[in-house]
Design a protein around this ligand. Structure first.
Ligand code: AMP
Ligand code: MG
Length: 330
């Protein structure tokens, strides 16, 4: 875990003010344990439309709705099967999102017209307090321009969205650091739509095998299966090249090269900037530092960033998914 875990807690007045803004239909950026979210009242289509505008997010990319309690979740879904209850008991509050049949209270703009709504109870204390005081479901994607590196500090939100959002709650750096795992319970077999902060192994230890949707190597855009899982996402402006774990990272002669790696991987001299995410292969530390490190490399005036892949298990699956999308060319 990051040592700065929840080091910051906004003034109670600020949270009350933010909750009031949400109820009045305004946008609020707030910390969660995964990344910072850009929230709006999920029952207010105009407020939700502003999220898409400010982010430049395509309307076909549905939003995750954040709630305070499981009882609140049950008010916006038409079914909450025993499987959902088991997952909720184990992983909520936390970085797991479930897709369940929606009720009409949730407008179509939130789900991009889909029959399911994605729901999650975050575990960051500031997010929970905001949700409690707002007293309504809050739709929130990451608080950054669409397609770019996700924000894991309040400063990242300011850097990315500038004056477009005037209410940003600062809860310190996010401790998980990658987005939530998205699991669809719309069919009889659960389907993993996006790897994230809860690993597939952790989920399978509780409910048995789950099917992986579309994030396997080589999968392209698949709007039908999992809208919004675009092949290019989470991307720096600097070209990013991903190499295998066993490969020695080599700087390209004549180019300013950056390296994103863990302490346990091999590289040769010649890099202008090196970020080693963790001295040991602790994937939780790697995940917590991942987006901020990519950002610092992206702002170092480099020609190329080279990144070592992570192991294909646990949080490594989520990190490799982000690396693959961040390095995709479209
Ligand atoms: P984020 O990009 O973190 O806002 O997460 C939203 C992602 O969750 C979308 O891009 C989809 O992949 C997934 N998602 C959200 N809502 C739904 C839904 N109703 N049905 C299927 N997938 C969804
Ligand atoms: Mg996002």
């Amino acid at each position: 875990m990051s040592p700065t875990l929840f080091s910051t807690f906004p003034d109670p007045d600020q949270i009350a003010d933010a909750a009031e803004k949400l109820r009045a239909g305004h946008l609020v950026a707030f910390p969660t344990e995964t990344v910072y979210g850009l929230g709006a009242d999920a029952t207010n289509p105009l407020a939700v439309a502003a999220i898409f505008e400010v982010k430049g997010r395509p309307r076909f990319d549905p939003l995750i709705v954040h709630l305070y309690t499981t009882a609140d979740v049950c008010r916006i879904v038409s079914e909450f099967p025993p499987l959902a209850q088991t997952l909720a008991d184990t992983f909520w509050p936390g970085p797991l999102t479930l897709v369940l049949p929606k009720r009409s209270l949730i407008p179509e703009i939130v789900t991009a017209g889909l029959p399911g709504v994605a729901v999650r109870i975050p575990r960051h204390p500031v997010a929970l307090e905001l949700l409690r005081q707002a007293g309504r479901p809050v739709a929130a994607p990451s608080a950054n321009p669409f397609g770019w590196i996700s924000p894991t500090t309040a400063q990242h939100v300011r850097d990315g969205l500038g004056t477009a959002v005037n209410c940003i709650l600062d809860g310190g750096p996010c401790d998980v650091g990658v987005e939530s795992t998205v699991l669809s319970l719309m069919d009889s077999r659960p389907v993993l739509l996006r790897p994230g902060g809860v690993s597939q192994e952790e989920i399978e230890a509780v409910i048995g095998p789950v099917q992986q949707a579309i994030f396997a190597e080589g999968a392209g855009d698949s709007a039908q299966l999992a809208p919004g899982m675009l092949s290019r996402h989470y991307a720096p402006r600097t070209p990013l090249v991903v190499i295998e774990r066993g490969e020695t990272a080599l700087a390209i002669p004549g180019k300013r090269c950056g390296l994103l790696t863990e302490g346990t991987r091999a590289w040769q001299a010649g890099f202008d900037q090196i970020v080693s995410l963790a001295e040991t292969a602790d994937l939780r530390i790697c995940a917590a530092r991942f987006f901020a490190s990519l950002r610092s490399l992206d702002s170092a005036d480099l020609d190329v960033i080279i990144a070592h892949k992570f192991p294909d298990n646990g949080l490594g699956l989520a990190l490799n998914d982000r690396l693959r999308r961040a390095s995709a060319s479209n």
